[in-house]
Structures are given as C-alpha cells and as structure tokens.
Design a binder for this molecule. Structure first.
Ligand SMILES: C[C@H](O)[C@@H](O)[C@@H](O)[C@H](O)C(=O)O
Ligand SMILES: [Mg+2]
Length: 443
C-alpha cells in the first residue's frame, strides 16, 4: 500500500561549542557544531530524522539546499523509495537544475546526506530495528541494490560487492554476539582539542583512561614546539602501549607534513590525519610513502567528497586508515560503497566522529562493517567525542572505551524537542541570550 511523504521539514540547529574551544583544531579555531535537522513524515505517520554536520554560519546554506531538494521526496510513496533506494538516491544527486552546484560534493552533497540519512532512519524504524541490524539482516542482493555504483565500477563492481557480502555470511551471528558482549572499539579525541591547556589535556586523558579508553587523538599543526610538548604530556600520561593518533586538519604543505611528523615520531604515533589538502591524492601518497618506515600511517576522509574520491585514495595507497563520514558522503548507501571498496583494497575503516551527532551515526556503520564486511577488528577503531550527546533521545553509549551496541530502532539521531527548541538558530532561548549578551551577532 502506498504511503505518501507528506512533509520534509528542516531546522537550523547550532551549538556554541567554540566558547570552550571544544572541537578546535589547526584550521577550525572556533567551531560551533551545527546541523540541519531533517524530519520526514508520511501520511500514515511514519517519521524519519536526519542530519548533516556543519560548522556555524554555513549551516543555513545546507538547510536551504535541503529545502531545494525536498520536492524530490514530498509526494512520493515511501515504499516505492525503499524498494529502489539507489534510483531515489540518484534522483537526489542528479536534479537537473541543482547538479551543476556539485556534482556530488560540498554543500549539495551534505544536503543529500541529510535527506538520505532521514530516509534510512525511517526505514530502520519501520522495520523496528537499529540501523546496523537492518543492514546486517538484509540479503546481500537487497543491500547492494541500495548502492549507486556509478563511477566506481572500475574499482568495485556490483558482482564483487555481492561476492564480498556473500563470503562474509558465515560467522555473522558470532560476530554480532561478540560485539553485543564487548562493544566496538573506540578512540577519544576529546582530551586534546587544539585550544585546550596542558593542564586540561593531562586531566582529561587521566579521566578518559579511568573510563577505559586506551586510544587517543591529539590536534596538531599550529606550532611544532607546542605539539611536541603536548604529545609528551599525553604519551607520559597514557603510557607506552596505548595508541596516540594526531590530526592536522589539512594545515601543511606536503614536505612540511613529512618533516613535522618526523619530529613527532618519537612519541609513537599511529596515524597522521589530514596532513594536507583533502583533495591532494598524490600528496597523501607521498606522505604515506615517506612516513611508512616510521610506522606512521596516513588517515583521511572526513572531507573526502564522495565515493569517487575515496576510490582514488584507496587504490593509490594514499590512505592507510579510511575515515568515512556519515554526513560528508551522501548518507548510508554511499558509505556502504566505500566500506566495500575499503575491504577490497585491504584498508581498515575508522569512521570520523568529531561533530554533533556523528558518533550516534558512525557506531552503526562500524558495527555493520565488522559483522558483514571486514570481519576484523585489526587496526579498526571508531572515533568518539564527548560533547552534545545529552541532546539525543538515544545517545551513543560508551563502556570500557567501546561503543555499546545500539538497540533503539532507527539511526540514533532523533533529538529531544527541548534541545531543538533551545538551540534552533537564531530564535532558540540559548541563542537569544547569547545574542542579547553580545557574545554572538545575528550575522
Ligand atoms: C572542527 C571539528 O571539530 C574537527 O576538528 C573534527 O571533526 C576533527 O577533524 C576530528 O577528526 O574529529
Ligand atoms: Mg579529523
């Protein structure tokens, strides 16, 4: 029976995270974590919620872009959309008068993610399953049918994707039980944002260790002496065996990245993340080659525009850790494409979680990856950041430094109505107060 989509509503939600330097890095000194919050409602009353992640003022453009695309969803039968998701997704990325703004990159692709993620949330709720379970339980044929393979068939065909999924059917139940018992391994970025003092990073690292974390990421890239000092504090606090990753958020030239990392290598670094421009495949390959003898890998992906760019990085040895992003890519199905390509090229997937709602999302993708695709936890860990979880109805939960398997139906992104009311820009109470106090300006 048809169930028509009645409305696609979008709200501009922002959080003043920059006031405490939460989320700060070498290129984003004062980020306010923000998201367009999408609510899709059908005639029968089904709902799906979705976000895309942005920083501060840019949020209103993505909200507008979602409004522009919403005519492709409103009035359509949701069951027809779910029956042929890949065609629906292609309609979003191919809209005649909007495609020119991309294609499949930047603002428009983030808008696609907001809508696509909401549809996936609705789908999982309809099936009364958490999203990871919806994916894990899907027959390989159905799962593959949700993916748009356009532009990646030279790296991964539909048939190869099917073969991967079919070959991993055995052992799925056991892997699910394993994760239910011990959770999915995480690392925390929240001890060492760039704007935090030495005292604060040491204290937060101790607290995180007490909570069971054994893997930590530190922001680098503004000042080498600062980076050395902070890496020393962290290494001393966490001990010799725990993992330390560093993230430059695109700060360096290629030779600069290599030199800088040679100086930090003494602190035993697992990966350098986003050393240079996120579009520079050759640069990442050169850095990977130069740092390989030091045991340092290159991680990137949070600003990798689409599956086509991931293909370049994966196939050319330019990335040793694949950081899919639930909102930079066009939602769940494009992430599935990259997860499957990463499997083919033997690169571990370690999703990006530094932003509002991203931890809520990526836990589902990692769990699916382990159970249905990679079957391995080697070199795999999912980012965790400690902020803003209190705004979600079913927030991501951590235990002993691992994500607890989510159980609530959906994609874990529904926000509390009180939080939406407080943080909607610019009319929410929190923003009204900050504007009245002169802390923020309207534009
Ligand atoms: C502005 C943001 O907080 C970024 O610094 C963050 O996403 C970061 O790159 C990360 O890897 O978590
Ligand atoms: Mg990063």
């Amino acid at each position: 029976m048809a169930d028509t989509v009645k409305s696609v509503a979008v709200q501009d939600i922002r959080f003043p995270t920059s006031l405490e330097s939460d989320g700060s890095d070498a290129m984003n000194k004062a980020p306010d974590y923000s998201c367009p919050y999408v609510t899709i409602t059908t005639e029968s009353g089904l709902q799906g919620f979705g976000i895309s992640f942005t920083v501060g003022r840019g949020n209103d453009i993505v909200c507008k872009a979602i409004e522009l695309l919403s005519h492709l969803v409103v009035g359509r039968d949701i069951n027809a959309i779910l029956k042929d998701f890949a065609s629906f997704w292609r309609s979003l990325t191919s809209e005649d008068q909007i495609r020119w703004l991309g294609p499949e990159k930047g603002v428009m692709h983030m808008a696609v993610a907001g809508i696509a993620n909401a549809v996936w949330d609705l789908w999982a709720r309809k099936e009364n399953k958490p999203l990871w379970k919806l994916l894990v339980d899907m027959e390989p044929d159905q799962l593959v049918s949700t993916i748009d393979f356009r532009y990646i068939t030279d790296a991964l065909t539909k048939e190869e994707a099917l073969d991967i999924l079919k070959s991993m059917q055995t052992g799925k139940a056991k892997r699910e039980q394993e994760l239910a018992a011990s959770g999915f391994p995480a690392y925390t970025t929240s001890c060492a944002w760039l704007g935090y003092s030495d005292e604060k990073i040491e204290r937060l690292c101790k607290e995180a260790m007490a909570e069971g974390f054994t893997r930590f990421k530190m922001k680098v890239g503004s000042d080498l002496e600062d980076d050395k000092r902070r890496a020393k504090i962290l290494r001393q606090t966490m001990g010799p065996d725990n993992l330390l990753m560093v993230d430059a958020n695109q700060k360096w030239e290629v030779p600069e990245a290599i030199d800088w990392m040679k100086q930090l290598a003494q602190y035993k670094i697992t990966w350098i993340e986003e050393p240079t421009s996120p579009d520079d495949v050759l640069g990442h390959a050169a850095i990977s080659k130069a740092l390989q003898p030091l045991g340092i890998g290159v991680a990137t992906g949070e600003q990798c525009q689409n599956r086509v760019m991931f293909k370049q990085f994966l196939a050319s040895g330019a990335m040793q850790f694949c950081q899919i992003d639930s909102c930079r890519l066009g939602g769940v199905s494009e992430n599935l494409a990259v997860i499957l390509m990463a499997k083919k090229f033997g690169v571990p997937v370690c999703p990006h979680g530094g932003g509002v709602g991203l931890c809520e999302y990526i836990q589902h993708l990692s769990v699916f990856d382990y159970i249905s695709v990679s079957g391995s936890l080697d070199n795999r860990m999912t980012e965790y950041t400690a902020h803003l979880h209190e705004h979600f109805v079913s927030p991501a939960e951590m235990k002993n430094g691992c994500y607890v398997l989510p159980q609530t139906p959906g994609y874990s992104i529904e926000m509390k109505s009180s939080s939406l009311a407080s943080y909607v820009w610019p009319t929410g109470q929190v923003w009204q107060k900050l504007i009245q106090d002169g802390v923020y300006k309207l534009n």
